[in-house]
Write a protein that binds this ligand. Structure first.
Ligand code: COA
Length: 167
C-alpha cells in the first residue's frame, strides 16, 4: 500500500470507494434508508471529481488500484475518510489519518476536526480524537447520526470546517 496525491483521473475510482464503503462497511451501523440517502447523495460525478481535486485529497493505492482516500484543509478539517470494504482493518484508514495529521501540522493547523460516522468513530478515537457533539444532519431528507470530533495539535482549541457527504 502506498499513499500519493489525488490525480486528475482518480474521480471514478474515489467515487466507487465512497459508494462501496457506505453501502458495505457503514451499512452495519445505519438503516437501509439512511444508507440510500448517504450513498445517493453524490449524483454529479464531475462535481465530485472537482471537489476531490480542490480539497487536498490523498489516495491510498494497492498495486494500481485506489483503495482509500482522505483530505485535509489548512484549518485541519478532515471531510472525507473512506476505505474500500475489501481492504478494511489493514491500517489504510490509519495511514491516511496520519497523513492528514502531518499535513495539517505542516500547514500550521492547531487541531484536526471531522464529522465522523458511527462506523468511523472508533477509528478516529484510536487516533486521539474525542467527541465534541452528537449531530443529526439531514441528507436528502433523512437524518444521519454523526459526531463532531476533534484532536488538538500543539495544544490550541481553534478550528472549524464544512461537510459534504463524508466525515
Ligand atoms: C472508517 C474506515 C475509513 C476505517 O478504515 P480502515 O482502513 O479499516 O481503518 P484501520 O484499519 O486503519 O483501523 C484503525 C483502527 O481503528 C479501529 N477500528 C477500525 N474499524 C473498527 C471497527 N469496525 N470497530 C472498532 N474499531 C475499529 C481499530 O482500533 C483499528 O485498529 P486495529 O485494526 O489494529 O484494531 C472504513 O471502515 C470505512 O470506509 N468505513 C465506511 C465509510 C465511513 O463511515 N467513512 C467515514 C465517514 S465519516
Amino acid at each position: 500500500m502506498r499513499l500519493r496525491p489525488y490525480r486528475e483521473d482518480d474521480g471514478p475510482a474515489t467515487l466507487e470507494v465512497f459508494r462501496r464503503a457506505v453501502r458495505e462497511a457503514a451499512s452495519r451501523d445505519y438503516a437501509p434508508d439512511q444508507i440510500d440517502a448517504w450513498a445517493g447523495a453524490v449524483t454529479d460525478a464531475a462535481g465530485w471529481a472537482d471537489r476531490r481535486r480542490s480539497r487536498r485529497t490523498q489516495v491510498a493505492e494497492v498495486g494500481d488500484r485506489v483503495v482509500g482516500f482522505t483530505d485535509v484543509d489548512a484549518d485541519g478539517y478532515v471531510d472525507m475518510l473512506f476505505v474500500h470494504p475489501d481492504h478494511v482493518r489493514q491500517g489504510i484508514g490509519s495511514a491516511l489519518l496520519e497523513w492528514a495529521r502531518t499535513t495539517a501540522e505542516g500547514l500550521g493547523a492547531h487541531e484536526l476536526t471531522t464529522n465522523a460516522s458511527l462506523t468511523a468513530r472508533p477509528v478516529f478515537e484510536a487516533h486521539g480524537f474525542t467527541v465534541v457533539a452528537e449531530q443529526r444532519p439531514v441528507v436528502r431528507g433523512t437524518a444521519l447520526t454523526n459526531f463532531r470530533m476533534r484532536r488538538p495539535l500543539g495544544g490550541s482549541t481553534s478550528g472549524a470546517g464544512t461537510s459534504e457527504a463524508g466525515g
